[in-house]
Design a protein around this ligand. Structure first.
Ligand code: SF4
Length: 178
């Protein structure tokens, strides 16, 4: 997939949702300056509109919330980058927005501003193919990532030794269309 394909398929919906205020992403989509510039370089008009959004009070609040959960954010980033597709062009920005999106309260695809869950699955398949294959029981993506952190010794969501005997099974495996 070319960088242009990645932008059209994944990043345009995210950027448009950011402009519309329908993501949990902090200023600059949660990206450092250089990757933000690289991502938006070919979408100059859109970048001007994006840039007007960064100072919005809600996005500043999102930044504060992200900072408060910095350790969790870093663990999610590390997990994602450990499984990065070396052939993908925008894999580090993808890890950053997904890690930020995990800090929201809605389904991950919604909090990123993607149009539907399958688009998020395609993001995982392209940017993090090992994780995509590992989610062979079609868990909700956010819960899947936190489960990986639990298995690495984190203490985020799992209160049972296995999913089959867990009292919150439906929160991890239920449908997430809405
Ligand atoms: S079903 Fe329970 S054990 Fe399995 S990932 Fe979810 S919280 Fe963890």
């Amino acid at each position: 997939m070319t960088k242009e394909d990645e932008i059209e398929l994944f990043w345009l919906p995210i950027m448009l949702s950011y402009i519309a205020g329908d993501t949990v992403l902090p200023p600059m989509l949660g990206l450092e300056h250089a990757p933000y510039e690289a991502l938006t370089a070919k979408t100059r008009v859109l970048r001007q509109t994006l840039n007007k959004q960064h100072q919005h009070a809600l996005r500043q609040l999102r930044q504060q919330l992200r900072n408060m959960r910095h350790k969790e954010y870093q663990e999610l980033m590390a997990l994602l980058l450990e499984h990065a597709n070396p052939d993908a062009n925008l894999v580090e920005p993808a890890a950053a927005v997904i890690a930020c999106g995990c800090l929201g309260n809605r389904h991950l695809w919604k909090d990123l501003g993607l149009p539907e869950r399958p688009r998020l699955s395609r993001m995982f398949a392209w940017y993090f193919p090992q994780l995509f294959r590992a989610n062979d029981r079609n868990m909700r993506w956010k819960r899947f990532l936190y489960k990986q952190l639990c298995e690495q010794g984190g203490d985020y969501i799992c209160r049972a030794p296995s999913c089959d005997e867990c009292s919150t099974y439906s929160e991890c495996f239920g449908a997430e269309e809405h």
